[in-house]
Ligand binder design. Structure first.
Ligand SMILES: *Cc1c(COP(=O)(O)O)cnc(C)c1O
Length: 961
């Protein structure tokens, strides 16, 4: 034994060695000192004292549990997991057990190449997930029987609500007419639609559409196919009646059922919505799952959310990219089609891979097995004198047991099976991919049937799908769904796509406003533990004790770090947190009789979701100017408050601002708004600059949303999932989201459901829980300090090359900085796009482009990037500056420069070389040949793709060289 290992340290001293925070935070103490030195500060606390305005700075440290080690956190989460009792869920209601093929679970869902990627705004380095998403779109469109589907929505409930607003945009003449909803829809879908309709003043008519369409005008109707209780009514006549009255027909459906059932499109539907959960995505106690929407021709431009399309690259080959972004909230703000930003990319990828792996025949077999299990189950009930209510169904059997429902459900639970108690007289049983004959027998047992002869019943049981609604067209005929059916082929396919993408596993993604920090493996692992992942959201609370405790603890920790009284994790993206927060404000005003307060002030620099959310909350958007220094113009603010003295509802302000600066005026701003009777909404997406140093709930905010997929380590997943908890001060507590299927705390009047599941994307909350537990108060506070240190270090190193657009006290920025490229563009013609694409050649993902100021780059290094990586980035930006100078000097024309012709592909390098610079300068500008990342395609022509809109998998011939 060496001498070091026999030194006399006590065990308690050694316990604190290499805490997790030292793994999470990139720069070590020596590197931090070096960075501080460049900035002229002698400590992190001196830097933070200079940067954060005194008026908002916290006196105390956060009150959290002491930081735990990684094994301790894993152990604590195991204890929580063990308190869940997933059993075998046969509850149905839109959530079904499914088998995630292990090759997909391990190599997609649990693989950092997929889960640490950013939204594919830089398409050249995102071809892998863009292909997976276009597969998703093709799959949904095929099954729906409509030509175009989007690349995921947040869940079925929000998809249905989005479809309702789509009908109003698309059918202008009937826009103020009621929207009719089928009481056969899932109860949580109805709840989300009600919340949205109420806020936007859309009249709703609820009716059982299986018996026809009620009289009256309408803008559209939402029709269930199949219905929540399993019945399948032929929607053809109702659809025709909706069309006769000038409305659009929206159908909610189950994609697995559609492998056997006639597609809604073939029956006349204009829009189809649903959830792709049962395509291999665990139930996750309610989420995250990819909702979907498909539309008929002519409605593409009205689709909410992201849409992947095919365009061409500079070398003439097909290339994928996000299409029609001009519809989106970040461009159109209060006139956007929807407030959706983060969606459910990772889960859409999993669902599409499930279809790729099983293929059309495999999916039909799974669906038919699910159906047969239900048919046999029903036959057994019937043969033993139990009434089965519906003759046709896909997977859900409704049994009538007068006054015995509770007894049957309890007895099934004893046997480890969760059934649905519909009411005192009815029990619902839904079969799934995991249903076995033993489960069927156990269900019979719960009804008091024993000794049933399953093989005989199986032979006697008729199919319960009506012949008239049998699907007879081919689906998923594209090659991609008919090739990768062996595990070897599948592994290679997901690897090939994963390799095309640049994610955090390769290097820094310095995205301003998006906080691409470490997603630690210890935080990620519990996501796929079966006790969490296989939990149905509507099991009895006592069977979800572990997850419920985790939710409660996380909500209380988030309340503590933000200075608010209460938090709800129900919103499943930042945009949904915004809507929830604004509805809380609306509910508060209304509760005081202030029904007319509907003006929402929004600074010109705000994120596009803010304005779009305000419209969805039924508010009128009034823009507040920014002063020259980028801060909110307080004079203009006072003017607007005076003008709207009677109707001011709220201001939505981001702090620190989207300009990356700690504004001094924040306290005064809050005072001015409160004096005018308004509420202050602080957009908390930039909490990474505040955590441990200031609390929005203490410096004047009444409500905030947080983005757990930014500050709290949930990975971006390539564009989702996310979690956008809403946090409120005491007076807004009664107006937090509620849910029809989960009794919430008695102190809530509730604003209704914001998401389909009571706790939103409950299945990924372990990540943020683990992060807080691992870091503790000091770790979180240090992380913020180092995030601010790193941003200022980048600003200091680059300000001589690219002016830093905005700065606060002592010339310091907050956790991000805006590099102004416009003067260089003016002098050289090199655009911010050129810089972004050239960064790919240097081995980087571009920073945020042209937000919040056109022609600029916003850089957020986060606390997790090491000094080496930050320096590598700064060196690349400086080298690019030299390349721009060469253009400016006239050494090379901008069109011929490596900047404009970036990114460089392997194909370009291997082909004829007639460029104005040599191959090395083009492809290896940083000198590294070994670890070179090659983009799959060259620069993509964005405009071409929008002019020639194509949103389904292109035929294989399109890729022929
Ligand atoms: C990311 C972000 C949002 C939206 O969050 P999503 O989860 O993408 O909906 C809102 N505001 C700001 C300032 C953001 O950076």
């Amino acid at each position: 034994m060496s001498e070091q290992t026999t030194s006399l340290s006590s065990l308690s001293d050694l316990a604190g060695v290499a805490p997790f925070s030292s793994r999470h935070i990139g720069p070590d103490a020596a590197e931090q000192a070096q960075m501080l030195d460049l900035l002229g500060y002698d400590s992190l606390s001196a830097l933070m004292a200079a940067a954060v305005p005194k008026g908002i700075r916290l006196g105390d440290t956060l009150s959290l549990l002491p930081a735990m080690s990684e094994p301790e956190v894993t152990g604590a989460l195991r204890e929580l997991a063990d308190q869940n009792n997933p059993g075998v869920a046969m509850i149905g209601l839109g959530y079904h057990p499914t088998v995630t093929p292990a090759v997909i679970r391990r190599n997609v869902l649990e693989d950092p190449r997929w889960y640490t990627a950013y939204t594919p705004y830089q398409p050249e380095i995102s071809q892998g997930r863009l292909e997976a998403l276009i597969n998703f779109q093709t799959m949904v469109a095929d099954l729906a029987g409509l030509p175009t589907a989007n690349a995921s929505l947040l869940d079925e409930g929000t998809a249905a609500a989005e479809a309702m607003t789509l009908t109003r945009r698309a059918v202008r003449a009937n826009a103020d007419k009621p929207f009719v909803v089928d009481t056969g829809c899932l109860p949580q879908t109805l709840a989300v639609v009600r919340t949205r309709a109420e806020a936007m003043g859309i009249p709703l008519v609820e009716a059982d559409l299986s018996t026809g369409l009620p009289e009256g005008d309408l803008c559209g109707a939402l029709i269930a196919y199949p219905r929540h209780d399993g019945a399948i009514a032929d929607p053809t006549e109702v659809i025709a009646a909706v069309h006769e009255r000038g409305g659009l027909a929206v159908v909610t459906t189950d994609p697995l059922a559609l492998t056997l059932l006639a597609s809604p499109g073939s029956l006349g539907a204009d829009v189809v919505v649903g959830s792709s959960q049962r395509f291999g995505v665990p139930m996750f106690y309610g989420g995250p799952h990819a909702g979907f929407m498909a539309v008929k021709a002519g409605l593409e431009r009205h689709l909410p959310g992201r849409l992947v399309g095919v365009s061409v690259d500079a070398e003439g080959r097909p290339a994928y990219r996000l299409a029609l972004q001009t519809r989106e909230q970040h461009i159109r703000r209060d006139r956007a089609t929807s407030n959706i930003c983060t969606a459910q990319v990772l889960l859409a990828v999993v669902a599409s891979m499930y279809a790729v792996y099983h293929g059309p025949e495999g999916l039909r077999q799974i669906a038919y097995r699910v159906h047969r299990s239900a048919a046999v189950l029903a036959e057994g009930l019937r043969q033993h004198g139990i009434e089965v209510v519906h003759d046709t169904f896909f997977d859900t059997v409704l049994a009538r047991v007068p006054a015995r429902a509770d007894e049957v459900v309890a007895s099934a639970r004893e046997a480890g099976i969760h059934l649905r108690r519909v009411d005192a007289d009815h029990v619902g049983i839904s079969t799934s991919e995991v249903t076995t004959p033993a489960h069927v027998e156990a269900v019979w047992g719960a009804f008091g049937i024993d000794g049933a002869d399953l093989p005989a019943i199986d032979r006697a049981a008729p199919d319960a799908l009506s012949a008239a609604l049998r699907r007879d067209d081919d689906v998923l005929t594209h090659e991609v769904f008919n090739t990768h059916h062996s595990e070897t082929e599948m592994l290679r396919y997901v690897t090939r796509l994963g390799d095309r993408d640049y994610a955090l596993d390769r290097g820094m993604i310095p995205l301003g406003s998006c906080t691409m920090k470490l997603n630690a493996t210890t935080e990620m692992e519990p996501v796929s533990w079966p006790q969490f992942a296989d939990l149905h959201p509507f099991v009895p609370a006592e069977d979800a004790r572990g997850t419920l405790q985790l939710v409660k603890q996380l909500e209380s920790w988030l309340a503590e770090v933000t200075g608010y009284a209460a938090v709800s994790v129900q919103p499943n993206a930042g945009s949904q947190g915004e809507l929830a927060g604004l509805l809380a404000i609306r509910g508060y005003h209304r509760s005081r009789g202030d029904v007319h307060r509907d003006v929402c002030l929004i600074p010109s620099s705000a994120h596009g979701t803010n304005a779009a959310s305000a419209v969805m909350a039924g508010m009128r958007v009034v823009v507040v100017k920014a002063a020259d220094d980028g801060e909110v113009d307080l004079d203009d603010l006072r003017k607007q408050c005076a003008e709207h003295a009677d109707d001011l509802a709220a201001i939505m302000v981001t702090y620190p601002s989207t300009h990356g600066v700690y504004e001094h005026g924040i306290s005064e701003l809050c005072d001015v708004i409160h004096a005018a009777g308004g509420q202050v909404y602080v957009d908390g997406a930039n909490l990474n600059a505040l955590l441990g140093h200031a609390k929005p709930g203490e410096f004047g905010g009444d409500v905030s949303h947080l983005n757990l997929h930014k500050t709290f380590c949930i990975p971006h997943g390539g564009g989702g999932p996310g979690v956008g908890p809403v946090a409120v001060a005491e007076h807004l507590r009664p107006f937090l989201p509620s849910h029809p299927l989960a009794p919430l705390p008695e102190d809530r009047e509730g604003i209704g459901a914001i998401s389909a599941a009571p706790h939103g994307s409950a299945g990924i909350l372990q990540i943020s829980w683990a992060y807080v537990a691992l870091m503790g108060a000091q770790g979180l506070t240090d992380a913020t300090s180092v995030a601010v240190l790193s941003a200022n270090y980048v600003a200091q190193r680059l300000r001589g090359y690219y002016p830093i657009l905005y700065a606060g006290d002592h010339g310091l920025v907050a956790h991000e900085c805006i590099l102004d490229v416009r003067p260089l563009t003016k002098a050289s013609g090199v655009t911010v796009d050129d810089v972004a694409k050239r960064l790919i050649d240097y081995g980087f993902h571009a920073p945020t482009m042209s937000f919040p100021v056109a022609g600029t780059l916003m850089v957020e290094p986060t606390e997790s990037e090491s000094l080496t990586e930050i320096d590598r980035f700064c060196d690349a930006m400086i080298a690019i500056h030299a390349e721009i100078e060469a253009v400016q000097r006239g050494d090379v024309a901008v069109e011929d420069s490596a900047l404009r012709r970036a990114p460089h592909t392997l194909k370009a390098l291997a082909g004829e070389w007639d460029r104005a610079y040599d191959r090395d300068a083009g492809a290896f500008p940083s000198g590294s040949h070994v670890d070179k990342y090659w983009p799959a395609v060259a620069r993509i022509d964005q405009a071409y793709g929008d002019r020639n809109l194509a949103c389904a998998c292109p035929p294989p011939e399109a890729f022929a060289e």
